[in-house]
Design a protein around this ligand. Structure first.
Ligand SMILES: CC(C)(COP(=O)(O)OP(=O)(O)OC[C@H]1O[C@@H](n2cnc3c(N)ncnc32)[C@H](O)[C@@H]1OP(=O)(O)O)[C@@H](O)C(=O)NCCC(=O)NCCS
Length: 161
């Protein structure tokens, strides 16, 4: 089951994110994004009553009014990886981002993984941001043409921590 995260899920989310990445940095990023009020929404995958995956979408600050979201982090508990949980979270997340009014989503991640959901470095080619210009910096347009014009994007301060 995929659903929106509640405050009561926060400890289980922290444990899931830390276990997935094998370090605490990304779990701290989640906490900083919440504290900075930059979270658009968080989804959790729940299996047998336990959180087994998590994805967070935050707001980015573009030099125009259209809402652009960042997907980060995405985490699946190690014992549940490669079973479709991450894919379900990304797909549900992109649907939600569209409903939240996002025009596009940016991710910094493995192209071989995110390419299957429509992300590409080519789509992100005109986006200028601290992480742009690398193959891992990818975008997917939720509204046609949103990334066709050059765009300057700032990340929430939480990402700098
Ligand atoms: C990356 C991650 C979120 C994927 O979630 P998942 O539930 O394991 O993935 P899914 O079951 O949806 O998809 C599995 C597919 O993705 C591929 N895949 C998984 N991790 C990958 C990676 N880092 N790079 C490329 N492909 C990857 C698998 O090979 C598999 O391919 P197949 O469908 O062709 O067999 C999960 O493995 C994870 O939490 N990893 C550690 C944290 C991390 O790296 N997060 C991503 C940050 S951008």
């Amino acid at each position: 089951m995929i659903r929106h995260a509640r405050a009561a899920d926060h400890p289980a989310i922290a444990a899931t994110v830390e276990a997935a990445f094998g370090r605490a940095d990304e779990a701290r990023l989640v906490e900083r994004l919440r504290a900075g009020q930059d979270v658009l929404f968080e989804l959790v995958a729940v299996e047998d009553g336990e959180v087994t995956g998590h994805v967070l979408f935050s707001r980015l600050y573009a030099d125009r009014p259209e809402l652009i979201a960042a997907l980060a982090p995405l985490a699946v508990r190690p014992d549940r990886q490669a079973a479709g949980v991450g894919s379900a979270l990304v797909k549900a997340g992109l649907e939600n981002a569209r409903e939240f009014g996002a025009w596009g989503v940016i991710v910094l991640g493995e192209p071989a993984y995110y390419g299957r959901f429509g992300f590409s470095a080519e789509t992100a080619a005109r986006v200028k941001a601290p992480y742009s210009g690398r193959p891992a910096f990818q975008a997917v347009a939720l509204e046609d043409g949103v990334f066709d014009r050059p765009m300057l994007v700032a990340y929430p301060d939480a990402f700098a921590g």
